[in-house]
Unconditional design. Structure first.
Length: 393
């Protein structure tokens, strides 16, 4: 079996090479590298796709989160940043940027535990924390992890009842849905990443903010250009966080394929489910009736203490895997003394020991998926089999 990487971007490029090359060539011809016409076109096209009034291209998914939160601080508090007494609830089981963005916006992250089936923020744990008399909570940042939507019905209900905002972290879920609405259209704002490995990825860093709030959109547009409508007379503490024209051009070319590619990811996930479902020692990703998963990652659970051994054995077979994420946020030094732990985070801590993401990409051949699954079954046999994921063993 030849080596299998997590993602082969060469395949995607060859699939849409003609469109991408033509898009880059147009940039070379017009030479408008800063906020060129492709940026505006991408913003308008994505806004229509998501069903929101505004999209604002920015330099990364991280900056999309920071600028969204900064804009909300200016709008809701009339000041540049939140105060440390302002609390924003999120998950500890995510990439560092989610919690870090809350700190950079001046607030304090509150980490609540996850749903063990979806790996996403557990509405019951959020409600439990708020019902316990928590004060100072101004917002929530749910993360649609691995391409799987959070329970947006329950989280939206909580936010509305408590009068707090919600910013969706959609970095891994472009094109995903909750019911019939696209993710990124359900909160006050959505924050997307166009990192090259994402379902919609550029040729470098890039991100986008989605919102139907005109005031938030206007503030975000000022913040990404140093804080003002006039760069020589600014109103706010801003950033140089513009989306590059050439990235917008590449993304426009690739956007035409997003629904096709997400469907191919679902087909690959279904084949993995068929091959691995019911296999002792492993649990395949959960499905939600109301959600349309886009499988940025196909992430299984392996019994605690056996995940690392399985990963080693697969590596020996030439099969790449990844652990997203090996360290929960509340265990990171950056959050020491700067966070609130809402409740026991046992499910997040268990997940960090059990999750394993397998290779998945839209152009994967079915035969390769079956070979990977066979390699997993072989590796799970013998001493590696035993306790089920989530057990006390």
């Amino acid at each position: 079996m030849k080596p299998v990487s997590m993602l082969d971007l060469h395949l995607e490029y060859q699939y849409m090479k003609e469109e991408i090359d033509a898009a880059i060539k147009r940039c070379l011809e017009h030479q408008k590298w800063i906020l060129g016409p492709e940026v505006k076109e991408l913003e308008e096209t994505v806004a229509k796709y998501l069903g929101v009034d505004h999209c604002i291209g920015v330099s990364s998914g991280t900056e999309a989160l920071v600028l969204s939160l900064r804009a909300l601080a200016i709008k809701t508090k009339g000041q540049e940043y939140f105060d440390r007494s302002d609390k924003i609830i999120t998950t500890p089981f995510t990439f560092t940027a989610t919690g870090d963005a809350i700190l950079r916006a001046g607030a304090t992250p509150v980490f609540a535990d996850i749903d063990p089936l979806t790996f996403n923020l557990d509405p019951m744990k959020v409600e439990e924390y708020l019902a316990g008399g928590a004060s100072g909570v101004v917002g929530m940042v749910p993360v649609h992890l691995y391409g799987q939507s959070c329970d947006m019905d329950r989280l939206t209900e909580i936010a509305q009842k408590r009068g707090i905002f919600m910013v969706e972290d959609v970095a891994q879920a472009f094109g995903g849905k909750w019911r019939e609405k696209k993710l990124g259209s359900l909160g006050a704002a959505g924050a997307f990443s166009f990192f090259p490995s994402k379902n919609l990825g550029g040729f470098g860093d890039g991100g986008m903010i989605s919102t139907s709030d005109g005031e938030l959109a206007g503030l975000a547009r000022m913040l990404l250009k140093h804080g003002g409508k006039d760069k020589y007379n600014v109103e706010h503490v801003g950033y140089n966080a513009r989306l590059d024209t050439i990235q917008a051009a590449v993304l426009l070319a690739k956007l035409k394929y997003i629904d096709e590619f997400n469907e191919k990811r679902r087909e690959t996930a279904s084949l993995y489910d068929h091959e691995l479902g019911g296999q002792a020692g492993i649990i395949v990703p959960a499905k939600q009736e109301m959600a349309q998963h886009v499988y940025h990652q196909y992430t299984v659970r392996v019994a605690a203490g056996r995940r690392d051994l399985l990963q080693t054995r697969l590596k020996e077979k030439g099969i790449a895997t990844m652990v997203y994420y090996p360290v929960v946020l509340h265990k990171m030094g950056v959050f020491n003394g700067r966070m609130v732990v809402a409740n026991s985070l046992s499910e997040a801590e268990k997940a960090q020991q059990e999750v394993l993401s397998l290779p998945i990409e839209p152009l994967m051949e079915k035969g390769l998926v079956k070979e990977i699954a066979a390699g997993i079954k072989d590796s799970l046999s013998g001493s590696l089999s035993g306790s089920s994921p989530g057990s006390a063993a």
